[in-house]
Design a protein around this ligand. Structure first.
Ligand code: MN
Length: 435
């Protein structure tokens, strides 16, 4: 049996005129959504998403992923139906308590689309569980931007994945083991763009009550500038027993697309309607008392641009649309192919055009164990120039053919050696052993 306690807070901040974030506290499901779009559209997008999620029955990782896809369809449908809402979208990150596999202890599933985040505080250590789907985070992952540069990058508002942009969406998901005392934090970017992870961790360690912690974090973000809406949900594991209890490790590292979990009919904690343990709880935004601006030294520009998706940008301004459309087309073209090339003297599969195109350089899609030296002589030039392939699978096939040929040549060399060595002995071969 696992019991949870939760708290939440959200605030418009000091710059925005409305709050486009939405939070959901509907045990066993908790979520934060950060909407975007002109006028009221962003508010509607995030609200539609959390309402859709609230209506879904979540008993497993797969069902939570499916619930997010359903939420995406709801936002997409609403945006398609209403011209005023075209281009709206929303991030959505969520966690849900689910029964463990095969009678094991309860577990938490985590899902994410966009750049809201889920963190876990375990033994006082704060770990970010989700990956942001933003342009700058892509660049950080590719090693082309430092995390520090990302925080102030002028294009940090561009998301690469949101709900509502298409009829379907890819959902990242994780399965996390639970321990009594664990604390989960869900937040919109309005928190972590204003308050660094160390400060967030210290607040989460210091304030035992989840609602106090949520309100304190929101207050800090508003005081630090409050350039965006900020929303925080804190979920505590106050009781937990079962195999996961007290175990040492906490987190599955990489997103899992599938979980192979049987449809679990084990009893779940009753689904309760939104119930925070204080002023900030529930699905409705609540103000956390706007604090006066306290100018904190920061390298960031004064105003951070409202976040947009490619789609809403296209909708909002025609000129920008054409420019960005062209840029997008170039980016698509530049990255629409793979090639087999070289990284650090190893053969590698790279995404993009050999040598890059305009400002878009190829990025590493997959490394291989094959070193350039092992590549057969006749094919080394092609690899050095970059062998274009239409797909990742085709590139893998090409690498495989290189490996096969390299292996064949290695074997031929070995065979030659063996042949030579077997001809050297002057003695006649030994007689066959007695049977
Ligand atoms: Mn935001």
């Amino acid at each position: 049996m696992t019991s949870l306690r939760s708290g939440a807070a959200t605030d418009t901040g000091q710059v925005r005129s409305n709050n486009q974030d939405a939070v959901l506290i509907a045990e066993p499901v908790f979520a934060v959504a950060d909407g975007m779009g002109g006028h009221a559209a962003g508010e509607i997008a995030s609200q539609v998403a959390v309402e859709s999620l609230q209506e879904s029955e979540v008993t497993s990782l797969d069902s939570l992923v499916e619930a997010v896809r359903e939420a995406n369809r709801s936002v997409w449908q609403r945006a398609s139906d209403d011209p005023e809402l075209h281009g709206m979208g929303t991030t959505l990150c969520a966690i849900a308590l689910v029964p463990g596999e095969a009678g094991g202890g309860d577990q938490v599933v985590v899902v994410n689309v966009g750049d809201s985040r889920v963190y876990q505080l375990h033994d006082g250590e704060l770990t970010q569980l989700t990956d942001d789907h933003s342009l700058v985070e892509d660049l950080v992952r590719e090693g082309r931007l430092s995390p520090q540069e990302a925080r102030t990058h002028p294009q940090r508002n561009i998301l690469t994945r949101v709900l509502g942009n298409d009829s379907d969406v890819e959902v990242d998901s994780w399965l996390v083991d639970l321990h009594r005392g664990d604390r989960f934090l869900l937040c919109s970017d309005g928190l972590f763009n204003e308050v660094d992870d160390d400060k967030i961790a210290s607040v989460l360690r210091r304030l035992a009550d989840p609602d106090d912690a949520a309100h304190e974090l929101v207050t800090l973000a508003v005081q630090a500038g409050g350039r965006d809406n900020v929303s925080v949900v804190v979920v505590d594991v106050v009781d937990h027993d079962g195999p996961g209890a007290g175990a040492a490790t906490a987190v599955a590292g990489a997103p899992t697309a599938t979980a192979d979990r049987a449809a679990d009919t084990a009893s779940m904690p009753a689904v309760e309607p939104s119930e925070g343990t204080g002023g900030g709880g529930g699905g409705a935004p609540a103000r956390a008392g706007a604090a006066p601006a306290s100018a904190r030294a920061t390298a960031e520009p004064a105003a951070s641009p409202r976040r947009v998706t490619w789609r809403s940008v296209l909708f909002v301004t025609g000129v920008v649309a054409v420019l960005m459309g062209a840029a997008g087309a170039v980016a698509w073209y530049a990255r629409s192919t793979y090639h087999v090339g070289v990284r650090d003297d190893q053969v590698a599969i790279l995404r993009g055009r050999p040598g890059g195109l305009l400002w878009i350089q190829p990025t590493l899609a997959e490394s291989t164990d094959l070193s350039l030296d092992d590549v057969p002589d006749g094919r080394r030039d092609a690899v050095l120039r970059g062998k274009k392939e239409p797909s990742l699978a085709a590139a893998r096939d090409y690498v495989e053919s290189l490996e096969d040929q390299a292996e064949a040549e290695r074997r031929r060399t070995t065979t030659t050696t063996t042949t030579t060595s077997t001809t050297i002995p002057l003695r006649p071969p030994a007689p066959p052993p007695p049977r």
